[in-house]
Design a protein around this ligand. Sequence first.
Ligand code: NAD
Length: 345
Amino acid sequence: MFDKPAFAGHESVHHFFDAKTGLRAIIAVHSTARGPAAGGCRMWNYATADDALVDALRLSEGMSYKNAMADLPLGGGKAVIWGNSKTDKTPELFRALGRAIEMLNGKYWSAEDVGVSVRDMAFAAEETKYVAGLPSGKAASGDPSPVTAKGVFLGIKATALRAFGTDDLNGKHIAVQGVGHVGAYLCGRLAEAGAKLTITDVNPDALATISQATGAKVVAPDDIYDVAADIFSPNALGAIINPNTLPRIKTKMIAGGANNQLATPDMGEKVLERGILYAPDYVINGGGIINVAAEISGTYDPAWVEVKVQRLVQTLGEVLDQAKAENRASNRVADEIARRRILSA
Ligand code: NAD
């Protein structure tokens, strides 16, 4: 672990195996400087155990940054289950995960991530109290996606103010990649604000629903990069801003909810060179973790969530302003602020 480039001073990494259920899980705790490490649990069919470890290291570091930028009293952690989320899931597997989380005694709080549903987490919660994003119970916060989408919508407006001189989205053409949980809520808000939408997804049913509800034009997944829009909003996959796609993107700004949008950090400079304003992903998409944090605090207070989301949008604006003043890539500025916040804690 210490030799891996993804190792970033992680406090601890825990491996769990449960013979009865076949659970193979890794929980990486990057930092508890600001509070207990928090971050979702991902279930993925990794090619090798090494890939699972690298993903856990990378994602848990990302959570430290996201939680710091949302100014939450939380550190960064992540759990990964090595398995196929379509074929390997059982209630017992998630109960075993719950027992693993419980062994860490509150050093790590879990929630849903790719391949893991609210229902799965409810099974884990039978064995541990350190799980959030639950459908019911004391302080339950449920699905974080609507709050993520609200933060992304407000973040798009804050970015538009800096890219176009106005945050009015009326008449702005927005190309949206992915209309899943976050993308669907986001499209609703954008359409309400008068934006003209072009959308894509690999799920035809989701596309039909959103296109019908918002009047959005539909394009094939790979064509979204060529849409002559004002704004590109990625809300599906990671690494979609890369040397192959960037030359095709002609929008003035990129702002969306997807995690890890830049294939590599130096894509931030390439985006800047093209005169595109980029809203750093882990800043603009922090609404969901704010919602989860409210549950972790023990009392779900919607007013607290609202204040935190508004403050996050301000932080995004500050990052973009500093990046402009210093003519630097916005992701570098965000990384620097996040690291400083963690270090000072
Ligand atoms: P989701 O699985 O509900 O939605 C993702 C959508 O992307 C799906 O509709 C899927 O069909 C589509 N998709 C997959 N491959 C695609 C492709 N090649 N081209 C176009 N569309 C494709 O997930 P979600 O919860 O909406 O999350 C979306 C993104 O936002 C992810 O990157 C996630 O990590 C990030 N995120 C989500 C939250 C949250 O609260 N849900 C919070 C922070 C970040």
